[in-house]
Design a protein around this ligand. Structure first.
Ligand code: PEP
Ligand code: MG
Length: 580
């Protein structure tokens, strides 16, 4: 048995075979052939296979997500018939004697450069489509598997160097038992995705994880941050029992999931969900979410080559608010940049993407991107309890500029005769230290704050949340982060504004008493932990929580903070980890 250690990124235990998520290597040799006619025939056969594949993918996408989402694959099929492209390939093969891979790649490069030189978003998106189709043809010519997830037919533990949000679109989640990656930190998006699905994850394990053979038996321990390779029977049995104990505890909490979270002495807080898709909205309701504290709208933009238009966004936002009825739904405007890339947006490469043109900065720089989303939100909010918040705000001017664009959209919509949200609460995420330190000024500009401790920790501790070498430093239990949280809440409350927290900290069992004691009004977390979080709140009194919170602020490390909560509140420690 081999033990690999990493960062515990999502709780729980998985036992099952290894499956590697491998990105395809599409490198090829360039050579001249003696039989250009046969080479052209080989290319045409690849075209035929690509056509068949696309028809299949179209049918699958249509069944899963509807004709609109699937339309992209029809557009891809049309590219396969493009006479200019095909002629360029044929000339290169027949006249220069080039092999099909090289001929295709040269023709595509020329075509793509032409599209990109037009400097227009529509044509850049077409260029991305052409590249996508060319990659499909290359995979066929080289005999490489179509998807990195091809061959995933039995429930498995997914191993990868790292997983981007768009990679995970390719995975059939019903076959995923857990995730283990060589890279990444506790708040990288692999970790968030795993928590959203209620699946265990260990990240930042190092390159050794890539050496494990496919199919090897694994125990993934998301509580301890450990991966056991080929464990003996006794070890498997111990972990199986832990798995059972944890699910019994969760089942117990699930029974009261629909009841409110009220402390022993009658203080009620709101417990809401972080969601990133329509499907997650359902899970959230089943888990007892009292609303949505963070709707990550990026999901609508990912894994596709054209931007969702206002109408499509309106329909999705409306569908989600319909599901929640009277309960609040907080829509976060597009948070792209950092480790979240979009295939449909050709963004410049940056040296430090987390310090770059991210989130609200990008939206303010690109009103043509921002406005359709705001218009869709205003329309979806008509007669609904929808609120909007802006991510990664660092200055007062950004809030004013964003609000001005929102008001412009509102006026346009009214002039066009649309129904719009009349009184929509507007908030910001406080996730940059500058915003935390300036919370008193910002509070007068908005209706509420939602603290984003994932980013607030990485920016406060100057530690990239996705870099396994420093990610453990970006720990939201650090007293430096907790003091900022205290100051943000105090500043907002002084002006009668409410404060939520939607970073991963809100769903951390040991953090819940601290946040309660600091006066947090709304806890927003991944749906699967909601029942447990409510149970924890029910074991506490507000005074108890206040004392613990005050004590943690005087400590000097995240480890000391966790230890203090465990020591003072053993019942919470027990719920945090039934095996502690
Ligand atoms: C955060 O930064 O805490 C947050 C909730 O946003 P995201 O994780 O999507 O950056
Ligand atoms: Mg953030």
């Amino acid at each position: 048995m081999k033990t690999l250690r990493g960062i515990a990124a999502s709780r729980g235990i998985a036992i099952g075979p290894a499956f590697h998520f491998r990105r395809a290597d599409l490198s090829f040799e360039r050579y001249t052939t003696k039989d250009p006619a046969a080479e052209w025939a080989r290319f045409q056969a690849a075209l035929q296979t690509a056509c068949e594949q696309l028809a299949e993918v179209y049918a699958q996408a249509e069944a899963e997500s509807g004709a609109e989402q699937a339309a992209i694959f029809q557009a891809h099929a049309l590219i396969l018939e493009d006479p200019e492209l095909l002629e360029a390939v044929q000339t290169a093969i027949e006249e220069q004697g080039l092999n099909a891979e090289a001929a295709l790649s040269d023709a595509v490069e020329m075509y793509v450069q032409m599209l990109e030189s037009l400097d227009d978003e529509y044509f850049s998106a077409r260029a991305a489509d052409v590249r996508d189709v060319a990659a499909r043809l290359l995979r066929i010519l080289l005999g490489v598997a179509e998807s990195p997830a091809e061959g995933l037919t039995a429930p498995s533990i997914i191993l990868a160097r790292d997983l981007t949000p768009s990679d995970t679109v390719l995975l059939d989640k019903s076959l995923v038992l857990g995730f283990c990656t060589a890279e990444g930190g506790a708040t990288s998006h692999t970790a968030i995705l795993a928590r959203g699905l209620g699946l265990p994850a260990v990240v930042g394990v190092g390159a050794e994880v890539l050496e494990i053979p496919d199919g090897a038996l694994l125990v993934l321990d998301g509580d301890e941050g450990v991966l056991l390779v080929e464990p003996d029977e006794k070890t498997v049995e111990i972990h199986r029992r832990r798995q059972e104990k944890a699910s019994a505890l969760l089942a117990q909490a699930q029974k009261r999931a629909g009841e409110p979270a009220v402390t022993h002495d009658g203080h009620r807080v709101e417990v809401v969900a972080n969601i990133g898709s329509v499907a997650e909205a359902e899970v959230a309701l089943e888990s007892g979410a009292e609303g949505v504290g963070l709707l990550r709208t990026e999901f609508l933009y990912m894994g596709r080559s054209s931007l969702p238009d206002e109408e499509e966004q309106y329909r999705v936002y409306r569908a989600i608010t319909d599901q929640f009825g009277e309960r609040p739904v907080i829509l976060r405007t597009l948070d792209i940049g950092g480790d979240k890339e979009l295939a449909c947006l050709d963004l410049p490469r940056e040296m430090n993407p987390f310090l770059g043109l991210r989130a609200i900065r990008l939206c303010l720089a690109r009103p043509e991107l921002f406005k359709p989303q705001l218009r869709a939100a205003l329309r979806a909010g008509a007669g609904r309890n929808l609120k909007v918040m802006f991510p990664m705000v660092s200055t007062v001017d950004e809030v004013r500029a964003a609000r001005a664009i929102l008001e412009e959209c509102r006026a346009d919509l009214l002039a066009e005769g649309h129904a719009v949200a009349e009184e929509m609460e507007i908030g910001i995420m406080v996730e940059v230290p500058a915003a935390a330190l300036l919370a008193d000024r910002l509070a007068s500009e908005v209706d509420f704050f939602s603290i984003g401790t994932n980013d607030l920790s990485q920016y406060t501790l100057a530690a990239d949340r996705t870099n396994a070498l420093v990610a453990p430093l970006a720990d939201a239990f650090h007293p430096a982060v907790l003091r900022l949280v205290r100051d943000i809440i105090t500043a907002a409350h002084a002006q009668g504004k409410w404060v939520g927290l939607c970073g991963e900290l809100a769903g951390e069992p040991l953090a819940i008493p601290i946040l309660l004691g600091l006066g947090l009004d709304e806890f927003s977390m991944n749906a699967p932990v909601i029942p447990l979080a409510k149970e924890i709140i029910r074991t506490l009194t507000l005074d108890q929580a206040r004392e613990v919170a005050a004590a943690t602020l005087e400590l000097d490390s995240p480890e000391a903070v966790r230890a203090l909560v465990r020591e003072r509140l053993p019942a919470v420690g027990e719920l945090a980890d039934p095996n502690f």
